[in-house]
Design a protein around this ligand. Structure first.
Ligand code: FAD
Length: 323
């Protein structure tokens, strides 16, 4: 059986978890086995209704008084215990901070090999996994072979477009209560401070307007904000713009920032360094606005305007406002 870890909020699975579920379903189909899901806390039956769309056979709802909030070791231990109890062969987690933390602890509990950020998985005749996986935020593609009866892998973000199953299921919900000791609770999250950023999260936006050092200052982002608003999108930035203090850190796109996959990414005054491009290579279309025709981003973009963004963006805004 393949077991997918599902992160959720208010009964809804997170996007990255649905991507992991898509990979898990592919593997379950190749291996001719069941697709189960595991979720911590919340309302198991509401979540099960959602997961039926994606072909889940059974949802294992993991609950325990000590699992309130987030405790990575305890979550990993609980996942490991569940895998042993239901005899799952492979665990697929989303490539989120939490997914990776929990998977690493579960891998230790299970003494199982783990590979993160997988973009393709093939199963050979011996049951080993031949993997392609991202390293360095996607700037390197690595081939690896994973052997063993149990395996733990994560599905790289934005690499497995979420697709409903051919036939929806009505997942059975089972309750699982792990056996936890004080040692499993050495790390416990007791307080969370959410960023006060408003608007559409970068990773989910269908339109992203990115601004780099070429924008020239914090106030100059107003015209980019307007463009994003007119298109129903959100604003991101290069690391140079973050380092200059023009934008909050949450806005950073790239290897050490957000990975975006919008329908269109409009990159304004951004040179196209490889560390930036790994964050936006999931974009369907890239439009670059840059004064330098030799800028790397001009070669990598689908469309380019060679010109001063301080002229081009206001013109675009005028045209959109009038349309
Ligand atoms: P620049 O490279 O200075 O480019 C500015 C561009 O603006 C130029 O192409 C210029 O022609 C153009 N321009 C100037 N004026 C105008 C104008 N008026 N109109 C139009 N165009 C104009 N970077 C990231 O973005 N994200 C990351 O996650 C990231 N992670 C990194 C991790 C590591 C380990 C390292 C070493 C670097 C990382 N970087 C990252 C930094 C990256 O290497 C680049 O330095 C950075 O992306 C450059 O930002 P930029 O394109 O805004 O600035």
């Amino acid at each position: 059986m393949i077991l997918a870890l599902v992160e959720h909020e208010r009964g809804l699975p997170a996007e990255a978890s649905l991507e992991a579920l898509t990979l898990a379903r592919e593997l379950a189909s190749v291996e001719g086995t069941d697709l189960d899901a595991a979720a911590f806390g919340g309302d198991g039956s509401a979540l099960a209704d959602e997961l039926g769309t994606y072909g889940v056979d059974t949802l294992h709802h993991v609950d325990h008084d000590d699992l309130d909030g987030y405790a990575p070791e305890a979550w990993g231990e609980s996942l490991g215990q569940l895998v042993e109890e239901i005899d799952a062969g492979t665990v697929v987690v989303p490539s989120t901070d939490r997914g990776h933390e929990v998977a690493a602890h579960a891998g230790v509990t299970l003494d199982a090999p783990m590979a993160t950020n997988c973009v393709a998985v093939e199963v050979d005749d011996a049951g080993a996994y031949e993997l392609e996986r991202h390293r360095w935020g996607g700037s390197l593609l690595e081939h690896a072979r994973l052997t063993g009866d149990r395996k733990v892998i994560s599905a790289a973000e934005h690499e497995f477009p979420v697709t409903p199953a051919d036939e929806a299921t009505a997942p059975t919900v089972t309750e699982f209560t792990p056996s936890l000791e004080a040692d499993h609770l050495r790390v416990r999250v007791d307080r969370v401070e959410a960023s006060d950023e408003e608007g559409i999260p970068l990773g989910e936006a269908r339109v992203v307007v990115g601004g780099g050092r070429g924008v020239g200052g914090a106030e100059e982002y107003d015209q980019l904000e307007e463009l994003a608003d007119l298109l129903g999108g959100t604003v991101g930035a290069s690391r140079a713009a973050i380092n200059d203090g023009w934008r909050p850190h949450d806005d950073q796109i790239g290897q050490t920032g957000a990975k975006i996959s919008p329908d269109i990414y409009i990159a304004c005054g951004i040179s196209g360094a490889v560390q930036h491009m790994v964050g936006c290579k999931g974009a369907e279309t890239i439009l670059a606005i840059n004064t330098d025709p030799e800028a790397a981003i001009i070669q990598k973009a689908d469309w380019a305007v060679v010109g001063d963004l301080h002229e081009v963006v206001p013109e675009l805004n005028d045209a959109l406002r009038d349309s």
